[in-house]
Design a protein around this ligand. Structure first.
Ligand SMILES: C[S@@+](CC[C@H](N)C(=O)[O-])C[C@H]1O[C@@H](n2cnc3c(N)ncnc32)[C@H](O)[C@@H]1O
Length: 200
């Protein structure tokens, strides 16, 4: 996350905002999931936050993404805390034991990679639903959406519709987007499972 000269995180775009939230919610010993590990930046932060007794599960369908993430983790000495899965995140609920504190989806394509391999609603929506099952009460699901390209716009519409349909007493759903940028700029959706959401 870029820092101002006073060591304050600069909130340019949704990714630093998701990192700020993860820093507040994820504690040592927690179990967490990165549903789209890509270049591994989110996975690395999660591996740091869960500490030596925590566990991270990180999914991607591209070998290149998994290799980049593994390299980043090895360089930081944190690879032992992360289970890297060469799997579609549709498998999330069957691969990860509940409960988890946070699940992050950074949708779209691999930055600096093959843009034809991109997340899409057919797998994203069931994967999000699976993530909700895993969350502990108070746990967070963070989704970064990219409406600025054609497939991303279709996926964003589907994710917005899905998130709006979540019952208010069971989940707190927030849309966090920078206001003074293009209307098609990326933004973040936050879903927090409530205690009643856990019991339902
Ligand atoms: C925007 S990148 C993720 C960025 C990453 N979190 C980071 O910190 O660098 C999106 C990733 O999603 C992956 N992806 C696309 N469809 C997927 C699926 N169905 N299951 C898991 N990963 C998928 C892509 O291969 C790509 O690496």
């Amino acid at each position: 996350m870029s820092q101002s000269r006073y060591d304050i995180p600069l909130l340019r775009g949704p990714v630093p905002l998701t990192h700020l939230l993860l820093r507040r919610f994820v504690r040592p010993g927690d179990r967490v999931v990165d549903a789209t590990c890509g270049n591994g930046k989110d996975t690395l932060l999660l591996a740091d936050l869960v500490g030596e007794n925590g566990q991270v599960w990180a999914f991607d369908i591209q070998a290149e993404a998994l290799a980049r993430t593994q390299q980043r983790l090895l360089e930081a000495g944190l690879a032992g805390r992360v289970t890297l899965l060469d799997l579609n995140h549709i498998e999330l609920a069957s691969q990860v034991p509940a409960p988890v504190t946070a699940v992050i989806f950074n949708l779209g394509w691999l930055p600096g990679g093959d843009r034809s391999v991109v997340t899409g609603p057919d797998s994203t929506l069931p994967a999000l639903q699976g993530a909700l099952q895993l969350l502990t009460p108070g746990g967070l699901l963070l989704i970064t959406c990219y409406p600025g390209h054609e497939q991303g716009a279709v996926e964003t519409d589907a994710v917005l519709q899905w998130s709006s349909s979540l019952a208010a007493p069971l989940f707190h759903v927030w849309r966090l987007g920078q206001q003074n940028v293009s209307a098609s700029a990326p933004f973040c959706l936050l879903v927090q499972k409530t205690v009643s959401g856990h019991a339902a």
